[in-house]
Ligand binder design. Sequence first.
Ligand SMILES: [Zn+2]
Length: 76
Amino acid sequence: MSIHYKCRHCGVSVGKIDTMSVDSQALGFHQLDDQDRMNMISYQNDGDIHVKTICEDCHEALERNPQFHEAETFIH
Ligand SMILES: [Zn+2]
């Protein structure tokens, strides 16, 4: 069983953690409320956990231009 981190914006795989080597408390899931947990974390049929996060590229793009999509439309 492993935890896969995927970017919520572009879907790129950000990282993977083998849960055998990780204390689930250390992942911080227990700090999330139920709503956040449902939004961010999906449990797969094979027992893996997929966590939605943001990759460095998208993080940078959004920081540089939070109105990215509107700006793109504007250019056209
Ligand atoms: Zn991304």
